[in-house]
Design a protein around this ligand. Structure first.
Ligand SMILES: [Zn+2]
Length: 213
């Protein structure tokens, strides 16, 4: 089963992706961590990627294509989830081509929809553990002890871009890029929108029911 999982920043997509991975065995592709892993491996491709990320530039599509290819070769085509990918129509087309090359089909595109006020609320309440990367929300998913990560006791921080001002810009950019992707999957009859305004457990249940896993 191959699933594309999309949602604006702050929609709780990361949390839901983690649940699919941990509880339902989905092999996980997310561009950011794939790129970081490639850089960390010290490979030639990693060195190329680093040139772009260090310069604050987008990684070119041919590198993304190569990452997907490697991902498919390394995964045994069981349950696969593309997390926050494709971000734009160009990436969606590359993913289509890669699926075709590997003789597999996309089963479902899930869009986690949430209204803008709720998004803003989530963003400004979001706290991040610099040690393990876990994300908390002061309202919906607070740490057991205020300001401290449950797993490793590190002091939680607010990311610099988790402010109302920066969020507005990020959301606008996201929607502008992603709307054509949603339309792309809608035309293929693959798009499923899930209301992300409920709590984590209810959203997770809706996703699991939709996928039948
Ligand atoms: Zn932590």
């Amino acid at each position: 089963m191959i699933v594309v999982f999309l949602g604006p920043p702050g929609s709780g997509k990361g949390t839901q992706a983690d649940i699919l991975h941990e509880q339902h065995g989905f092999f996980h592709f997310d561009t950011g961590s794939r790129l970081r892993a490639e850089i960390a491996s010290g490979s030639e491709l990693g060195a190329r990627i680093e040139q772009y990320t260090n310069a604050g530039k987008l990684v070119p599509i041919d590198i993304i294509r190569e990452m997907i290819k490697r991902f498919f070769s390394a995964s045994d085509a069981g349950r696969i989830m593309f997390d926050g990918f494709p971000r734009n129509l160009e990436q969606a087309r590359v993913l289509d081509e890669s699926l075709l090359e590997h003789n597999v089909k996309l089963d479902c595109a899930i869009y986690l929809e949430i209204d803008e006020d709720s998004l803003l609320n989530r963003i400004v309440n979001r706290r991040f553990c610099p040690q393990c990367g876990d994300i908390y929300n002061l309202q919906s998913n607070p740490p057991r002890q205020a300001g401290v990560c449950d797993k490793d006791g590190a002091a939680l921080i607010q990311r610099q871009d988790d402010t109302a001002e920066v969020f507005g810009t990020r959301l606008t950019v996201y929607l502008h890029e992603t709307m054509p992707v949603l339309e792309h999957y809608r035309k293929q009859g693959l798009l499923n929108t899930i209301d992300g305004d409920f709590d984590i457990g209810e959203v997770s249940k809706a996703i699991v029911e939709l996928l039948g896993v």
